[in-house]
Ligand binder design. Structure first.
Ligand SMILES: *Cc1c(COP(=O)(O)O)cnc(C)c1O
Length: 401
């Protein structure tokens, strides 16, 4: 059966709001419109009750206490609050921060800001699979280190970091550990105590919730994490994030998390099955496809591959009816190769030949098969135009004669 076009295979950039999530949100745009900070009437109480329920849901999913969940506008804000807020608060203890070159810009840019404020930042290079080991983190710690920030799952290549092991190393050395769990939350189990996490950034729109709703987990005991707020105003969210709460967004976040947890195992299995079908199909139909990232320790829905001798930009132009993302021009319109692909040792050529497929809840087998058919047709066509491919094809014959 032909799938409906266009096809969305870019579920790492964002995800559609699940219809059940939308349903849960709708009353909070209408009848239940109160300000959750209004203490003097029922409009406010109802809004506050809804926020409390969502806070409990998120805390439960993290293994945390509700008062440790601070609502924000998304993971960019959560990362900024974690990095700038913690580093500035612990400045007297030390001025060294450890992170990785493969992090999202929402971690790297606050780190550059900290450097401008006089902090020293160590940017670790991941291994060839995109992973940063606890041993590498341990080796980078000094007496001046106050904070380590490493993502739970990479947004380009899907590689999972051993955050529990890293958390234990940090705990032993008395260093705070922040993880950006935007991509893995609700998909890969997380427990802030078992994994010794002090700060965790999450966002609703990567999990079939609305855009503009996020949260930061902030440990309240063993140790109690101090943060300097970025926003000053009404003292909302335990004084850590002033501003009227986005009640519909928060309700949607809670509903999205409940839905994700309820079907997690079955959904992850189904999504991984579609991802493996795509990967197998590409290997069967095309020569020389190479996997970027870790073969097993990665997100179920992630497939980042290079098609050598094909540039991803023209390939994506020809494949307009399938939404994917290139490994080369990620956040901006620049044609700089992806900093993540470079960090795992890809040449500029291979980075410019890479495509990220992000498979999610609403994708079907028909969509995967359609995408396979189109790539099997387009890749050889584009390769035939590449002089380097012709040389590469000819080379073995010359060598053999
Ligand atoms: C999407 C994403 C972000 C940014 O989240 P927003 O909620 O869009 O601000 C940060 N980090 C990672 C790893 C992401 O995938």
């Amino acid at each position: 059966m032909a799938p409906k076009l266009p096809i969305f295979l870019d579920n790492h950039s964002t995800t559609p709001v699940d219809p059940q999530v939308l349903e849960a949100m709708l009353p909070y745009f209408g009848a239940v419109f109160g300000n959750a900070a209004s203490r003097s009437h029922v409009f406010g109480w109802k809004a506050e009750a809804a926020v409390t329920e969502a806070r409990e849901t998120l805390a439960g999913a993290l293994g945390a206490a509700p008062k440790e969940v601070v609502f924000t506008s998304g993971a960019t804000e959560s990362n900024n609050l974690a990095l700038l807020g913690a580093a500035r608060a612990y400045r007297r203890k030390g001025n060294h921060v450890v992170t990785s070159v493969a992090e999202h810009n929402a971690v790297l840019d606050p780190c550059r800001q900290l450097e401008r404020e006089g902090f020293e930042v160590s940017y670790l290079l991941p291994d060839r699979t995109g992973m940063t080991s606890a041993a590498a983190v341990e080796a980078a710690l000094t007496d001046r280190t106050v904070l380590v920030s490493l993502m739970a799952a990479n947004n380009e290549i899907g590689t999972l970091n051993p955050i529990g092991e890293i958390g234990r190393v940090c705990k032993l050395r008395g260093v705070l550990f922040h993880t950006d769990a935007s991509q893995s939350f609700g998909k890969v189990p997380i427990d802030v105590n078992a994994m010794a996490l002090d700060l965790v950034s999450i966002t609703a729109h990567k999990l079939y919730g609305p855009k503009g709703a996020g949260a930061l987990y902030v440990r309240s005991a063993n140790p109690r994490v101090k943060l300097l707020p970025l926003l000053h105003g009404g003292g909302h969210e335990m004084g850590l994030r002033s501003g009227t709460l986005n009640v519909p967004g928060i309700v949607g976040f809670g509903a999205a998390v409940r839905l994700a947890l309820r079907q997690r195992e079955a959904e992850q299995k189904r999504v991984a099955g579609l991802r493996d079908r795509l990967h197998r199909g590409l290997n069967e139909r095309l020569e020389g496809v190479t996997l970027n990232g870790h073969p097993t320790e990665r997100l179920a829905g992630n497939l980042n591959v290079a098609f050598p001798y094909v540039e991803s930009e023209p390939l994506m132009m020809d494949l307009k009816e399938v939404a994917v993302s290139s490994g080369s021009a990620c956040t901006s319109a620049s044609l700089e190769p992806s900093h993540v692909l470079r960090s795992i040792g890809l040449s500029d050529e291979l980075a410019h030949s890479s495509i990220r497929f992000g498979i999610g809840r609403f994708n079907t087998e028909e969509e995967i098969d359609y995408t396979l058919e189109r790539l099997a047709e387009l890749v050889p066509k584009l390769r035939a135009r590449s002089p380097a491919w012709q040389v590469a094809q000819g080379a073995p014959k010359i060598a053999a004669s």
